[in-house]
Design a protein around this ligand. Structure first.
Ligand code: ADP
Length: 163
């Protein structure tokens, strides 16, 4: 049984993330979407618990995908699996440098850990959670960017936060 871990901050989950999760779920027996705290993104739109709840509703459509939160090192979390594989999406060359470095560091902490990359679908190459937050702050239509299960919450939170 081979498990893939799809880590990220998912603040909020976008259709770009969902595209990577769906494709990973076709390749691996099981997928864990791992919601992580990101110190370089200090004031998140949603709490870890809110994000786990949102993603749980979105991935309920797949039979082999679960969601967990982890407030620590990814390489340490991965120790609970025999042959862990991290699957990440690559949008453009701008993602590469950072992802390459993270894959190397993770492997040095946990040598059993492999990292694989799926290239973003063309449609989602320019989509990011930060772009969604920005669009939401202007009251834009999010239906092309965010899974329908979470659109209302993103809109509500954006109204509360203001611009
Ligand atoms: P972001 O970089 O948007 O804040 P995350 O930290 O939540 O997103 O990203 C988690 C993973 O999802 C990363 O591997 C990232 O490259 C990937 N990802 C994010 N948006 C997309 C997208 N539009 N297409 C493909 N992969 C994506």
């Amino acid at each position: 049984m081979r498990t893939a871990i799809c880590p990220g901050s998912f603040d909020p989950i976008t259709l770009g993330h969902l595209n990577i999760i769906r494709r990973t779920a076709r390749i691996f027996d099981k997928v864990v979407v791992l919601v992580m705290y990101n110190a370089s993104k200090p004031s998140p739109m949603f709490t870890l618990e809110e994000r786990v709840d949102q993603i749980g509703r979105v991935v309920a459509r797949f039979g082999n995908v679960t969601v967990e939160a982890h407030d620590g090192l990814l390489a340490e979390y991965a120790r609970k699996f025999d042959e862990p594989v991290i699957v990440k999406g690559l949008r453009a060359s701008t993602d590469f440098e950072n992802e390459f470095q993270m894959a190397q560091i993770n492997k040095s902490i946990n040598p059993a850990l492999e990292t694989m990359f799926l290239t973003s679908s063309e449609k989602y190459t320019f989509l990011s959670s930060s772009m969604v937050r920005e669009l939401a702050s202007y009251g834009a239509d999010l239906s092309e960017f965010v899974p329908f299960e979470v659109i209302e919450e993103v809109e509500r939170k954006a109204r509360q936060r203001g611009r």
